[in-house]
Design a protein around this ligand. Structure first.
Ligand code: ZN
Length: 263
């Protein structure tokens, strides 16, 4: 009887060597979430198929259903997004964090959400040419949290729904909090930072960049003209709040994110 099979668009998330020449691959697929497959013999020097099985390559894969792992015998390249990513340490680390975050979300949800895969592919494409890799990663995390169903509230108070702008943020409560609802440990936030995050969450990149640039220029002008204490740059504040919200909800740190914060 022929083995049951299916084709899927897929990205390689990570690989493990198995035995002398085989490789186990964790794929993020378009419609089935994470799929683990084994590719036989692909570590031999002459395997052209094996050289395609690496992160940042989008593939059209034929999977044969197995008891524990699917078998992968062939895959066609759909897109290679590594150029521009693998030769820049910040872009590379941001792109690795995108894959790691996508894997984490897929593991946490039994029901696969079809919106995740195109979001990952689009982000990798953007990162190839992105002058702002950290902001691209934060944008991905904000949008991925929306897909996951626990996006931070950025305009309305997460507790009482009062409209903003608000001046405090508390991941445990759900994001922005008003003056009445703010818990003692909420972070003080410039409302413009929350506004910029809202724009990124809603895929309004150009407007967000304009706002962030204006904020950072305004901050440096204020610091040079008066004896104002140092303000946290807008993009840094966005990164901190996005990361705090992600970590509160996933209860885990992203390893690549920790590397990224050192670059
Ligand atoms: Zn409130």
């Amino acid at each position: 009887m022929p083995r049951e099979s299916y084709r899927e668009r897929a990205l390689v998330i990570r690989t493990y060597d198995l035995g002398e020449a085989d490789r186990i691959i964790v794929f993020l697929t378009q419609h089935r979430g994470l799929v683990r497959g084994v590719a036989k013999g692909v570590r031999r020097a002459r395997s052209r198929f094996g050289s395609r099985l690496q992160p940042f390559v989008e593939l059209d894969v034929q999977f044969y259903v197995g008891r524990e792992l699917e078998s992968v015998t062939a895959a066609d390249t759909v897109g290679f997004y590594g150029s521009g990513i693998i030769d820049n340490i910040t872009c590379y680390t941001a792109a690795s964090a995108v894959l790691e975050a996508a894997e984490r979300l897929s593991l946490a949800h039994d029901e696969h959400d079809d919106r995740l895969y195109p979001l990952v592919v689009d982000t990798l494409k953007q990162l190839q040419h992105a002058p702002e890799p950290k902001l691209r990663l934060d944008t991905f995390l904000l949008q991925a949290m929306t897909v996951a169903g626990w996006a931070p509230s950025l305009y309305y108070c997460a507790q009482c729904q009062a409209p903003g702008p608000h001046h405090a943020f508390h991941p445990r409560t759900g994001g922005a909090v008003c003056g009445t609802c703010r818990p003692p440990k909420a972070a003080d936030v410039n409302p413009e930072v929350l506004h910029a995050m809202w724009l990124l969450q809603h895929d309004r990149w150009a407007e967000a960049i304009t706002l962030i640039t204006a904020q950072e220029q305004g901050a440096s002008a204020r610091e040079s003209s008066e004896s104002v204490t140092h303000e946290i740059p807008c993009a840094t504040a966005i990164h901190r709040l996005t990361k705090a919200h992600w970590q509160w909800h996933t209860e885990r740190k992203l390893a690549s994110l920790m590397v990224l914060d050192q670059t």
